[in-house]
Design a protein around this ligand. Structure first.
Ligand SMILES: Cc1cc2nc3c(=O)[nH]c(=O)nc-3n(C[C@H](O)[C@H](O)[C@H](O)COP(=O)(O)O)c2cc1C
Length: 176
């Protein structure tokens, strides 16, 4: 089939394809104008080593979109395999973003931004740029601090379910 004959991939087909792609699960917390907020984000990736940049995406129609792009500091918590409930809590559209920051799971962190008590690793970031990404905004941020939360396994999201990172299948056999 030639390029011109291709029908565009609709949202449902795209979504189905992307379900095969495992993602990390993070909670991004920040201090918005009104009050501190947090949200579950799976689009977190490393972008650049020098300078140390990361990026993640936020839906433009999310209730916290305007606040998250307006703020300039984020704490990005990578979750452990025993924290599926925390991910669901911060992804629940029926909960107020303020309620999600339940005192039992968070405490005041750097710059007064709430931090989860437990995580695999936390990246403390400051926003550098916002880009347009279709129905999402892409947030680029510089990593200014890293806090390793102690030995644990990461959780991944795959096929609409949470999984622990499993069996090692091979060593990396390339130099570097
Ligand atoms: C595993 C997982 C990953 C997610 N990743 C993102 C993401 O990268 N960007 C985003 O905008 N929403 C993501 N979401 C959805 C948001 O967490 C969710 O839409 C939001 O918290 C609900 O509030 P809203 O109704 O205001 O959008 C993810 C949800 C889950 C469960």
């Amino acid at each position: 089939m030639s390029e011109t004959e291709r029908t565009p991939v609709d949202a449902e087909t795209f979504r189905r394809g992307m379900r095969h792609v495992p993602t990390v699960v993070t909670i991004v917390t920040f201090d918005a104008d009104q009050a501190p907020c947090g949200v579950t984000i799976g689009s977190f990736v490393s972008l650049s080593l020098e300078p140390p940049l990361i990026c993640f995406n936020i839906k433009k129609d999310s209730s916290i979109h305007d606040e998250i792009v307006a703020t300039d500091r984020y704490l990005i918590h990578v979750l452990r395999d025993d924290q599926a409930e925390v991910s669901d809590r911060f992804a629940d559209p029926d909960r107020s973003t303020r309620d999600q920051l339940d005192g039992s799971q968070t405490e005041p962190g750097p710059d007064g931004i709430p931090t989860l008590r437990d995580y695999l690793v936390r990246f403390d970031c400051s926003r550098t740029q916002i880009h347009d990404g279709g129905d999402h905004s892409i947030i680029l941020a510089c990593v200014e601090g890293i806090d390793e939360g102690g030995p644990a396994r990461p959780i991944v999201y795959h096929q609409r379910a949470y999984h622990a990172v499993g069996t090692q299948v091979a060593d990396r056999n390339l130099p570097g």
